[in-house]
Design a protein. Structure first.
Lengths: 313, 100
């Protein structure tokens, strides 16, 4: 029953992206529309990158293994806002004045090299595949956790993959914007439910951290094996450079489609507030150290079965 | 006074929360297990850095608008309006300002 509901939900989200949209047949209208996206549409497209399946599974898993070192994601996403404040208005202005539709167009034009443009397009497409795989796999893991069914995991991943392809090809950036609005509110609700579940199942937030302080205080410092200061500094700097300078090709359309540089600046100067939401899965991951078997793999901690919950430090 | 968005003064303001976040593991209250108001000090510190980021960007935006940015924004809006009227596919004329 739950599996059917989840499949219907996934199909419904896909339909939301297509509904009311004529099929986009021109590349320019598909990628950047008329370059007139207003503030709130741009806001949800930009903010969407802060809340992904990584926010639920990846961060909770890292917190389970590395404790507060998982805050590195909060750090780099916040620094990303600062760097983008200076960078993306310029990228948008160049795009509008010189007709860029993709990141590859930028490199081809600025370095006057078709070969570089093609290389950027190819590398961008190839290395986006693991990112997409991460998101789809995360979806499957969440469905398996909710339903307890491995087949539901497979079905949901297949249906989601097909629907994403169909609605993105059909509706272009405006279809993405509609789904991004729905997704952000749904993710917010889900994070609140996760927090409520942690409080109901394990205890109040101060109680949880007090217990962790007593049983495994290293979770409250950035010193767990593999998650030390070197991990923090290098991962924060490298990912801040990558995200802040817009090296992901899929981050370019929202920038190029925005109505103006002022709209983009207005958005990123507030977008850091989203990072407060990421403190919820991090808290959940640290709280899980109180109830899960310490041998549980950190990247499986957020969907470990109840039978493995026998932990005592 | 500068109409350059990334002026040295504005970059200096922006660097404060960036440095604050990068040095987090070396802060004495993070390198030893510490709770503030029932929360790990690292989480509280990162929350403060998020607030500092928002405040820094508000200050930067205000100085930029006050020192000529508002006029540049107005000109960009005008140019976008003209470009939108002149083309439907987004490819606009190359302005002298953006030329190589």
């Amino acid at each position: 029953m739950l599996t059917v509901a989840i499949i219907i939900g996934i199909v419904g989200i896909g339909a939301l992206g297509i509904a009311g949209r004529r099929r986009q047949t021109e590349l320019s209208s598909w990628t950047v529309g008329k370059r007139d996206l207003p503030r709130w549409t741009s806001w949800f497209l930009q903010a969407g990158e802060s809340l992904t399946t990584f926010s639920f599974l990846g961060l909770a898993g890292i917190a389970f293994g590395g404790g507060v070192a998982a805050l590195f994601a909060v750090a780099y996403l916040t620094i990303n806002c600062i760097v983008q404040y200076f960078v993306i208005p310029r990228q948008r202005a160049l795009g509008a004045n010189r007709g860029y539709l993709t990141m590859a167009d930028f490199f081809q034009d600025r370095f006057n090299s078709k070969a570089l443009g093609k290389t950027v397009a190819l590398v961008g497409a190839v290395f986006l595949i693991p990112y997409l795989q991460l998101q789809i796999t995360g979806l499957g893991l969440i469905v398996q956790l909710a339903t307890g069914s491995e087949s539901a995991r497979g079905y949901s991943m297949a249906v989601a993959s097909v629907l994403v392809v169909v609605f993105v090809i059909w509706a272009g950036i405006r279809g993405l914007a509609k789904v991004a609005v729905f997704k952000d509110f749904a993710m917010l609700a889900a994070l609140v439910i996760v927090l409520a579940g942690v409080v109901a199942g394990i205890g109040g937030i101060p109680d949880i951290f007090a217990k962790v302080m007593d049983t495994a205080p290293s979770y409250l410092t950035i010193s767990r094996p593999g998650f030390d200061a070197t991990f923090w500094v290098t991962s924060v700097i490298v990912t801040s450079i990558g995200a802040g300078l817009n090296t992901f090709p899929h981050l370019w359309p929202p920038v190029l489609a925005a109505k103006s540089g002022a709209v983009l600046r207005d958005n990123v100067k507030w977008l850091a507030v989203y990072q407060f939401l990421l403190l919820i899965p991090i808290t959940a991951g640290i709280a899980a150290t109180l109830v899960l078997d310490p041998k549980t793999k950190s990247n499986l901690s957020s969907w470990a079965s109840p039978s493995t919950r026998c932990r005592s430090h | 006074m500068s109409t350059t968005l990334a002026s040295p003064k504005r970059l200096t303001i922006a660097s404060v929360p960036i440095v604050g976040m990068i040095i987090t593991p070396f802060l004495p209250f993070v390198s030893t297990p510490t709770l503030w108001l029932g929360l790990p000090s690292a989480i509280v510190w990162m929350g403060l850095m998020i607030v500092a980021t928002i405040v820094a960007l508000q200050i930067i935006e205000r100085t930029y608008l006050r020192e000529g940015g508002a006029e540049l924004d107005r000109l960009e809006a005008e140019q976008s309006g003209l470009a939108g009227a002149a083309t439907t596919n987004g490819a606009a004329t190359i302005t002298e300002r953006e030329a190589h």
